[in-house]
Write a protein that binds this ligand. Structure first.
Ligand SMILES: C[S@@+](CC[C@H](N)C(=O)[O-])C[C@H]1O[C@@H](n2cnc3c(N)ncnc32)[C@H](O)[C@@H]1O
Length: 508
């Protein structure tokens, strides 16, 4: 689980006092009692729950910011990585306080499933029946109690202060629920609430490491049923990943860039730099287009396509799903060194614009069109391209570390439409490749229906003959844990990258 963190010490006397009412026997009494509520009234759902803001006078700024971010994610379907930076700017948080707010936000969202199970038990009612603002405040409080080094009395008193401003009348309830939570540490709560590992391993791991069961099952399947490895992956998914930069070949030197950002050159990709953790916003190499932020795994799969052996012409490259332009940026920089030109296709207008921005100084032509249109326009002619990348839209289960809310939003019902689109895009890519040309199929998901099943089915149905190329030698020599080939699956717990999948096919 996420390691403990220190936060600003906010210790308010009076927040967590002996003698306060126990869970459910809260004194708030402001809301009507429900017949099925066996333990009390505080914190029940109320009308007008949307958009209540914490009282700036009584709640410290990092917790206010974290509360606003968690509430926006849960209430408005916001994305934490987009909403939090603007909240931090609004409340003027930087440095250690901003880091604490970020840790609270991301940690609470990652651990939501387990925290909700614990709060349900502690409150004696489903969390769905707790007033949403009070529920989000309790989630933040429980996260601090179980996963940080914030002293218990500070976590409780600051949460009760928060509840006082976002759900007045529920302070007694909140105090009592949190007092229940403090009765056990995280491990003891898991022992109490999770089904036994021996009889229900998926259910156990899902509760212990806060992932939906269908995702745990998908990971276990992709890892060949190895539950030890699955556990290591789930643990890694609850960690905050380092920010990786790609030093664009010919434009930036990774060692110099690493010095500039106080980081280190990457372990695998020749272009990767692990940032030192400082703010990167106005880094000249970023603003001048000599580097971009990109997970090392994404760099590796793009580079694999560029280094694969190819007979014959090698000047026409295609990226069929280019937005927002990370892999086009790297492939475009390699293409510039090799006298090639990249066509970057993106169906979304906004994302096509981002690709243009990301590649403005490179030999890249951006097409705003559907990648499946191969053959229907001269710019996307069949049999035309030497190297083709399909970085297909997918569930994104391989980047749960970066998108803390996505594990709770994605559903198995997303798979049929996505896998159909993946098959169609890969079939289009295979048609776009010339005879002897190469196609790399990439997903940021290890789910086997998005990886092996899509590739096998698309290859079978695309109407052109194809062979698999062993992708393992296309990754850096000596890279461990690449499996039996011919495809490659990268993993956060093995390689420190997102869980990128790569299959390389040659049109014969
Ligand atoms: C996984 S993202 C690609 C990430 C990108 N390669 C990068 O490294 O920045 C998939 C992209 O495919 C785009 N997309 C979805 N359907 C498409 C289609 N039919 N044709 C072209 N692009 C499509 C999405 O809008 C999204 O930008």
């Amino acid at each position: 689980m996420t390691g403990p963190v220190d936060g600003p010490h906010v210790d308010r006397p009076g927040g967590f006092r002996a003698g306060r009412p126990a869970a459910g026997r809260g004194r708030s009494g402001a809301r009507p009692e429900r017949p099925t509520d066996r333990r009390g009234r505080g914190g029940q759902r109320s009308a007008g729950a949307r958009g209540r803001s914490p009282d700036r006078r009584s709640v410290d700024l990092p917790r206010q910011a974290a509360y606003q971010a968690v509430a926006a994610v849960n209430r408005d379907d916001a994305y934490a990585n987009l909403v939090l930076p603007s909240i931090l700017r609004d409340v003027g948080l930087v440095g250690r306080d901003a880091a604490f707010a970020t840790e609270l936000t991301y940690g609470t969202l990652r651990h939501l499933g387990t925290l909700d199970a614990i709060l349900t038990d502690a409150a004696g009612r489903e969390v769905a029946r707790i007033d949403p603002p009070v529920r989000d405040a309790l989630r933040l409080g429980a996260y601090q109690l179980l996963h940080t080094r914030v002293p218990a009395h500070a976590a409780v008193s600051s949460t009760v202060d928060l509840v006082r401003s976002v759900g007045p009348g529920a302070t007694g309830f909140a105090n009592a629920v949190l007092r229940e939570v403090t009765g056990r540490d995280a491990e003891a709560w898991v022992a109490r609430l999770a089904p036994p590992l021996e009889t229900d391993p998926i259910g156990h791991l899902a509760l212990a490491y806060s992932h939906p069961q269908w995702i745990v099952r998908a990971f276990a399947e992709a890892l060949g049923g190895d539950l030890g490895e699955t556990t290591r992956l789930l643990i890694e998914n609850n960690e905050r990943p380092a920010v990786h930069l790609c030093a664009r070949p010919g434009l930036a030197d990774p060692v110099t860039l690493a010095d500039e950002v106080g980081g280190a050159p990457g372990a695998f990709s020749p272009y990767a730099v692990y940032s030192g953790g400082g703010a990167l916003g106005d880094l000249p190499a970023l603003t001048e287009g000599r580097t971009h932020v990109q997970d090392e795994g994404s760099q590796l799969v793009a580079q694999a396509l560029a280094v694969a052996a190819l007979d014959g012409p090698d000047g026409r490259w295609l990226d069929l799903c280019a937005g927002p332009g990370g892999k086009s940026g790297l492939l475009g920089a390699i293409a510039a060194q090799r006298g090639a030109r990249l066509t970057a296709v993106e169906v979304s207008e906004h994302r096509a614009r981002l690709v243009r921005q990301a590649t403005h100084n490179l030999p890249v032509t951006v097409l705003h069109t559907d990648g499946r249109a191969v053959g229907s326009t001269p710019k996307l002619a069949e049999g035309h391209f030497d190297r083709v990348l399909v970085d297909a839209p997918c569930t994104g289960l391989g980047s749960l570390r970066r998108r803390p809310e996505s594990r709770w939003r994605r559903q198995p019902s997303d798979l049929p439409a996505l896998t159909r689109l993946q098959r169609e895009l890969l079939a289009a890519a295979l048609r776009a490749a010339r005879s002897g040309g190469l196609v790399a199929y990439v997903t940021c998901s290890p789910h086997v229906v998005e990886t092996h099943v899509t590739v096998t089915e698309a290859a079978r149905r695309c109407g052109v003959p194809v062979d698999f190329v062993d992708a393992r030698p296309l990754l850096p020599e000596g890279m461990p844990g690449l499996g039996d080939g011919p495809t490659v699956q990268l993993w956060p717990h093995r390689h420190g990258t997102d869980a990128m999948f790569l299959a390389v096919l040659r049109r014969s």
